[in-house]
Write a new protein. Structure first.
Length: 290
């Protein structure tokens, strides 16, 4: 049973009701412009579909919905470190906010038919990441999807934060997908000890791809049957990932489904990580649309 919140376009449900796997609290958005499902844990969009268009996000048919565990698909937010923690590789990959309990702190309808949700997460500082920080994600859902991030260092020391919106996009034929908008960019190849290369032409996927593009431009297109446009502000890193057949076998929530998605992730990692002074706040945004 889903419980209606104050707005008639927003209801509370859970992963048992929607995906047959109890474990996580979910929010459902249904408006005349779109439908979306969001996990409160991690403030993670799991599904988004604009009226009359194809779904924008891929959610693994093998996704697991457990408290404190990452959900495979949608848009997890990786933070306060992206990928392997460089100071302590034993720490969990991609930081802690994707597995953390967030708060829904606002929900309102905008004049043009879009709706806006605001989620916050307040990190007190712990053994995983000692600096306290505050994070706010605003989602505007309409014919497209707009995400805004505000991150504030609430500690007493200058601290490095690296992060990305780790978006999973659905594709029909992995071997025919092209990502445009990265031509000529330098990237670090995570399948080759982070060696540096230059992207020649559009990015295609034959085998494992795991690349961190630096100084990425603001726009990319993911060419599938219904092309996807990504436009970002203040996201200087774009990370492209698909595990390929062999690595996918080792991921129990992916397996043979690796052919169904590509990740094109937007954020600031490696040389573009944010260095925030005590009290400083940084912002970024991402706009996605079919
Ligand atoms: O399985 P996870 O922790 O969600 O990470 C998935 C992938 O995320 C990508 O962003 C990384 O570049 C890859 O190296 C990583 O394998």
């Amino acid at each position: 049973m889903s419980e209606r919140l104050q707005a008639d376009w927003l209801s509370r449900t859970d992963s048992g009701a929607l995906y047959g796997e109890p474990g996580l609290e979910l929010l459902k958005v249904q408006t005349r412009l779109c439908r979306a499902v969001i996990a409160v844990q991690g403030a993670q969009l799991l599904e988004f579909q604009a009226q009359g268009r194809e779904p924008l996000l891929w959610l693994s048919p093998r996704a697991q919905f457990r408290e404190g565990k990452p959900v495979r698909g949608g848009i997890p937010l990786c933070m306060p470190w992206f990928g392997v923690n460089r100071r302590d590789p034993a720490k969990p990959k991609h930081g802690l906010v994707r597995n953390a309990p967030w708060q829904l702190s606002g929900a309102r309808a905008l004049p043009d038919g879009e709706v806006e949700l605001v989620f916050t997460y307040d990190h007190a500082g712990n053994v995983l990441f000692s600096t306290p920080f505050f994070c706010e994600v605003t989602m505007a859902l309409g014919r497209g999807l707009r995400l805004q991030l505000a991150l504030q260092n609430r500690g007493a020391e200058r601290t490095e934060f690296s992060w990305a919106w780790h978006t999973y996009f659905p594709v029909e034929e992995l071997c025919k997908v092209e990502v445009r908008g990265l031509e000529g960019c330098e990237y670090l190849d995570n399948t080759r000890d982070l060696q540096r290369f230059t992207q020649e032409g559009a990015l295609t996927f034959s085998g494992e791809v795991d690349r961190i593009y630096e100084q990425a431009p603001e726009r990319q297109q993911i060419l599938t049957r219904a092309p996807i446009e990504a436009r970002s502000e203040n996201c200087h890193s774009v990370i492209c990932w698909n595990p390929g057949a062999e690595m996918a076998e080792t991921l129990e929530d992916v397996g043979e489904h690796y052919r169904e998605y590509v990740c094109v992730e937007h954020g600031n990692a490696f040389s573009h990580s944010w260095q925030l002074e005590p009290g400083a706040m940084a912002r970024a945004s991402l706009h996605l649309q079919r």
